[in-house]
Ligand binder design. Structure first.
Ligand code: AMP
Ligand code: ZN
Length: 135
């Protein structure tokens, strides 16, 4: 099944500057305009290593289509939200931390600590992370 791309019906447009480039950092990574260390790439989903890792393994899994946050993505395209989660599970297996365990996290909005407003799933692993991250 063909997946929607940014800018098509159903996906929110991140907006484009005078130069024609999107002002969304993660859309620019999807477009190949900004480099990233990619660990998984499917029709609908891209996963790459976080540039400032908060754990020994820190990978971001994103929909290629632009949604501001995880709730918007899930409301508009529940199958795509499932793909993001399934990709995280496959990455945990392929990176070798599935058995030890890992944390999945969607920061949402200002109080949630979201800094990049393109939905992304944090996959954190590689050491005991404790019962909860600092609040
Ligand atoms: P959040 O605070 O949930 O919006 O998380 C945004 C994440 O994106 C942070 O963990 C950043 O370290 C990460 N990040 C920012 N710029 C890049 C980049 N160019 N490549 C990879 N990860 C990035
Ligand atoms: Zn975007």
């Amino acid at each position: 099944m063909r997946r929607r791309r940014s800018g098509e019906k159903g996906a929110h447009s991140p907006g484009r500057s005078m130069s024609g480039m999107t002002d969304c950092l993660f859309c620019r990574i999807v477009a190949g305009e900004i480099p990233a260390t990619v660990v998984a790439d499917t029709d609908g989903v891209l996963a790459f290593r976080d540039i400032d890792p908060k754990a020994p393994h820190h990978i971001l899994v994103i929909p290629k289509a632009h949604y501001t946050n995880a709730a918007d993505m899930a409301a508009a395209e529940p199958m795509l939200a499932g793909e993001v989660l399934a990709a995280a599970g496959r990455i945990a297996e392929s990176e070798g931390f599935a058995a030890d365990g890992y944390r999945l996290m969607f920061n949402t909005g200002g109080h949630g600590g979201q800094e990049v407003f393109h939905a992304h799933l944090h996959v954190l692993a590689g050491k005991p992370l404790g019962p909860m991250l600092a609040v």
